[in-house]
Design a protein around this ligand. Structure first.
Ligand SMILES: Cc1cc2nc3c(=O)[nH]c(=O)nc-3n(C[C@H](O)[C@H](O)[C@H](O)COP(=O)(O)OP(=O)(O)OC[C@H]3O[C@@H](n4cnc5c(N)ncnc54)[C@H](O)[C@@H]3O)c2cc1C
Ligand SMILES: NC(=O)C1=CN([C@@H]2O[C@H](COP(=O)(O)OP(=O)(O)OC[C@H]3O[C@@H](n4cnc5c(N)ncnc54)[C@H](OP(=O)(O)O)[C@@H]3O)[C@@H](O)[C@H]2O)C=CC1
Ligand SMILES: CC(C)=CCC[C@@H](C)[C@H]1CC[C@@]2(C)C3=C(CC[C@]12C)[C@@]1(C)CC[C@H](O)C(C)(C)[C@@H]1CC3
Length: 499
């Protein structure tokens, strides 16, 4: 049965999930279109927020705590969110783009707006978010309460570093706005002044301080294409050298990313916005019949020379969406076959939420035992050692390498000094002979802590509460939880949601 479930999962996926994903997308597109034509989103926002406040005010203290009502299967994470079972679920039905203000260079978004929605709206206007995490279905709320990273992060940092303000319904039902500025502004019905402590403790808080109802995120001008340069490397030293050097060029490179295909080979990609492309070098990698991006990049290893291509901006942002990084090859083994792409490619990828909903206990257990999904964020100077640990412990390729700048802001991440970090992402089936899910991941978590690094918390974490508190600085978080009325009684702690 296990063999059939794993090797023939594609039958269910191709016959049922792909058409279902397609119908769901049509529904969402029609809905967004209708809302914009009726121009109703901004007017309905205040009423919807009042509804969230009412639900929170109706919560009775004692025993259970509060979380959002978003079902576990709908989220972009490995978790099913079992903690939600016994909690009071607050329905946050806020999924619209409220305002695009090109003068102040900010966009005001509701928490269920997805990255796919943002790029289809902003790019035609010539604007973009400084950081656009690449999976279409990632939401603003999840990326702010968790974290978000992209290949422009070497310039801008993480999602939290490009946010201007958050509007939250607090555990006592009051509405507040917080931002990093220290001067007081009173906006509409929002009665409190800006609260920088709250602002800095929201990222990585996983919805344990209150409910996000809107956020202002910076926007930057965009251009229609990305000029991308592929630099193949044929030793680990060369890969780390080129990657480190390119990540430091924050002015010259708009995007930096690398894929390591083995312990000795990888390709570093640097990208720049541009208005026009050279004839014959345009590659619309987002088209349904094109090869999966990571397979396309792998072909660059055949040569020692670097090469250049032009990719439409939206195709670039969502370059890993069609193959769900490299996860889809395990689910539909022939998904990258040219004939399959030509005939069925336009239905791809299946929605992650539908895959989760239909996966069943056995597949879930098999994934838990024989699959790794981890993103580890370490200082760039420790990258070589980190790659060695990954090779020894899990031997899983490709690895995703994404640089990001980490300032020394207050909050959960307290790096010893501000510096360039790198996110090392491992997604797939490990080939290390001694792999044991819990033991191996615990060893990787320990190494991460020794490197002054952080584990991304959408994935499985096996740290004890003490280890978790050593990795993430809870000083400000604890202070804010104490100061917010009813917070400690009504909201769970981060650890209780993510461990
Ligand atoms: C509040 C608001 C104000 C705007 N103001 C201007 C303006 O002043 N000048 C200007 O040139 N453009 C403005 N736009 C952007 C405008 O939506 C785009 O130009 C858009 O692409 C219009 O073309 P369309 O109606 O054919 O697009 P559509 O096909 O209707 O939309 C394009 C994509 O945008 C997304 N989308 C559209 N509306 C919404 C919404 N309300 N919530 C969430 N997602 C949505 C959808 O995902 C869709 O796929 C504004 C958008 C909004 C939401
Ligand atoms: N490139 C990248 O940066 C990528 C990032 N990710 C990760 O994926 C996750 C995002 O996935 P997504 O499905 O969008 O989010 P989720 O629904 O998984 O939400 C993540 C957390 O944010 C909380 N949250 C979400 N919305 C609100 C809100 N309005 N108010 C209060 N709390 C809220 C949730 O709380 P609750 O538990 O109460 O529901 C949950 O704990 C992030 O953790 C991100 O780090 C994944 C892939 C790529
Ligand atoms: C920081 C970055 C770039 C993170 C990328 C993370 C992705 C690779 C993760 C996020 C959600 C994720 C864990 C998921 C899966 C693969 C890896 C994903 C896509 C899959 C699709 C694997 C197959 C599983 O049966 C199941 C459907 C449950 C999950 C769903 C979530």
């Amino acid at each position: 049965i296990e063999h059939v479930l794993v090797h023939y999962r594609w039958v269910i996926v191709c016959l049922f999930l792909l058409p279902a994903s397609f119908l769901f997308d049509i529904y969402m597109t029609l809905r967004a279109w209708l809302i914009f034509k009726l121009n109703s989103a901004p007017q309905q926002h205040d009423a919807r927020v009042k509804n969230v406040q009412e639900q929170v005010r109706n919560f009775k203290l004692g025993g259970s705590k509060m979380c959002t009502s978003r079902p576990g299967w709908a989220t972009v994470s490995i978790r099913l969110g079992k903690y939600k079972k016994n909690m009071k679920k607050i329905n946050i039905n806020l999924m619209d783009i409220l305002e695009v203000d090109t003068e102040r260079k900010v966009v005001r978004l509701e928490p269920l707006v997805t990255m796919g929605q943002v790029t289809s709206l902003l790019l035609p206007l010539g604007w973009t978010l400084p950081i656009v995490p690449e999976l279409d279905d990632l939401t603003v709320g999840g990326l702010i309460m968790g974290t978000g990273i992209e290949t422009s992060s070497h310039k801008y940092g993480l999602m939290q570093h490009v946010c201007e303000s958050y509007e939250l319904v607090l555990p006592d039902g009051s509405l507040t706005k917080c931002s990093k500025c220290t001067f007081a502004i009173i906006v509409f019905s929002i009665s409190r002044t800006e609260n920088p402590d709250l602002f800095y403790s929201v990222p990585w808080s996983y919805g344990t301080l209150g409910f996000l109802v809107a956020a202002e995120i910076r926007i930057v001008p965009s251009k229609p294409f990305v000029r991308i340069k592929y630099q193949p490397a044929h030793s680990a030293g060369e890969l780390v050298d080129i990657f480190t050097k390119e990540s430091k060029k924050t002015k010259e490179n708009d995007f930096v990313e690398a894929l390591a295909y083995s312990d000795e080979e990888g390709v570093v990609m640097t990208g720049n916005f541009c208005d026009i492309y050279e004839a014959g070098k345009l590659n619309r990698i987002g088209r349904w019949y094109k090869p999966w991006f990571f397979k396309h990049v792998e072909t660059k290893l055949k040569s020692n020379e670097s090469s250049v291509e032009y990719i439409p901006l939206r195709d670039y942002y969502h370059r890993h969406t069609r193959s769900i990084f490299w996860e889809l090859q395990d689910i539909i083994p022939f998904g990258n076959n040219p004939l399959f792409r030509l005939l069925v490619g336009w239905l791809m990828p299946p929605k992650i939420s539908l895959l989760k909903l239909t996966q069943g206990e056995t597949v879930k257990r098999l994934y838990e035992e024989h699959h790794v999904v981890q993103d580890i964020m370490v200082p760039m100077k420790n990258l070589t050692k980190c790659l060695q640990v990954f090779d020894q412990e899990i031997k899983l390729y490709p690895l995703w390498l994404c640089p990001f700048y980490l300032p020394k802001d207050p909050g959960m991440l307290a790096p010893p000094s501000e510096e360039m970090y790198v996110d090392v992402g491992a997604y797939g089936e490990p080939r290390a002979p001694d792999f044991n899910n819990v033991k191996t991941i615990r060893r990787i978590e320990k190494a991460t802590k020794d490197f002054n690094g952080y584990q991304m918390l959408y994935a499985d974490s096996y740290m004890t509460r003490e280890e978790f508190r050593e990795m993430f600085d809870h000083t400000l978080y604890d202070k804010v939880r104490k100061s917010l009325p009813m917070c400690e009684e009504a909201m769970p702690e981060i650890y209780d949601k993510v461990h």
